[in-house]
Design a protein. Structure first.
Length: 347
């Protein structure tokens, strides 16, 4: 057959519409089927590969889940630790404010060891702190309930809570009045010592700890005292009395002065007096209270003049010094004798 005839007789794929791949497959013979052993080997190999791939994916998802869970747990733990830390560090409770200070006075926190911060007028002091005064120093505190607490030189005082302190050594003075006019304080207060506890009954008193000796002197009102070894009821100590306790025997009560040298340090640490809006009569009552002296008017005219005399300004001096200055601006005169302040009209 000639070559040309052969080319014209070849079928046209577009005219017949048959896929050449189908034509090829019709003339191809089938491959021999694999043996059972070969099929099983292939199946096992594919299955093992599938397990490895899916295991990696499962591990990755679990790792991501574990990481997220761990992050949540860590965040919650840190939050709880922070909350717990804050709960374990409660805010300090303010007990009093410094009204007057003289010389070196330091306050020591419970966890501060032997170091301490210096105080100044207006500085707050807090529960669980310790006050220490040096030589020729002292401090006057005003508690929230109006009570005046004054600490002499060479003294140490633990501030237990907002209504109780413990005198470790030295001398303190307590005045339950407020505003310098003798109004009573609100709430109870107790002063603890190694020898016993003192409760006031609306009063002014002084407590001294000198080694093993304790002395409580009452200037106004009364106190109740209960020794650490006493099983009976508290002993009542009244104005002009002093109870003392030493290492031998029980408490002893004696007579004491309500004014004079032993009270001088407390007078010097006394708060100032705001004169504005006050009368001379109120100022004189404050002087009497601060000094422990009795106030008397020589005549009704002197009393009336004191009540009608209005004062202005502020005086921040010990009461006796303040008296000498303020009375010069009035028509009154003052004379102190035998524990009494006598007020008269100036000639």
């Amino acid at each position: 057959m000639e070559k040309g005839t052969s080319d014209h007789s070849k079928p046209d794929r577009q005219s017949t519409g048959e896929d050449p791949l189908n034509t090829l497959f019709k003339h191809a013979s089938s491959r021999p089927a694999p043996s059972v052993t070969d099929r099983r080997a292939v199946h096992d190999a594919v299955h093992e590969e599938w397990l490895q791939v899916t295991a990696w994916r499962r591990w990755r998802h679990r790792a991501i889940g574990f990481s997220a869970a761990a992050a949540v747990v860590l965040a919650v733990t840190l939050l709880l630790l922070d909350i717990g830390g804050q709960a374990g560090r409660p805010e300090a409770t303010e007990m009093a404010r410094v009204v007057k200070i003289s010389g070196p006075v330091r306050v020591i926190a419970e966890d501060a060891g032997g170091a301490g911060a210096a105080l100044a007028i207006g500085t707050p002091v807090y529960v669980a702190q310790t006050l220490r005064t040096g030589g020729e120093s002292g401090i006057s505190l005003r508690l929230a309930n109006g009570l005046s607490l004054r600490v002499d030189e060479h003294s140490e005082l633990d501030l237990i809570d907002d209504h109780s302190v413990k005198l470790l050594s030295g001398r303190v003075y307590v005045d339950t009045g407020t505003g310098g006019v003798g109004s009573p304080s609100r709430g109870g207060f107790e002063l603890l010592t190694a020898r016993g506890t003192v409760w006031h009954v609306g009063t002014q008193y002084m407590v001294r700890m000198d080694g093993a000796r304790l002395a409580v002197s009452v200037r106004r009102g009364a106190v109740q005292f209960l020794g650490v070894e006493d099983e009976a009821s508290a002993l009542v100590v009244s104005v002009g009395q002093e109870v003392s306790v030493t290492g031998r025997g029980g408490p002893k009560v004696s007579v004491t002065d309500t004014h004079g040298d032993q009270w001088q340090w407390a007078e010097e640490l006394g708060p100032g007096f705001a004169l504005d809006g006050r009368s001379m009569d109120e100022f004189l009552a404050w002087v009497a209270r601060e000094t422990g002296l009795e106030l008397k008017y020589r005549s009704s005219a002197a009393k009336q003049a004191a009540e009608q005399t209005a004062l202005h300004g502020t005086v921040d001096l010990p009461a006796r010094e303040a008296l000498d200055i303020v009375i010069m601006s009035t028509d009154l005169a003052a004379e102190i004798e035998d524990g009494v302040i006598e007020i008269s009209v100036r000639p």
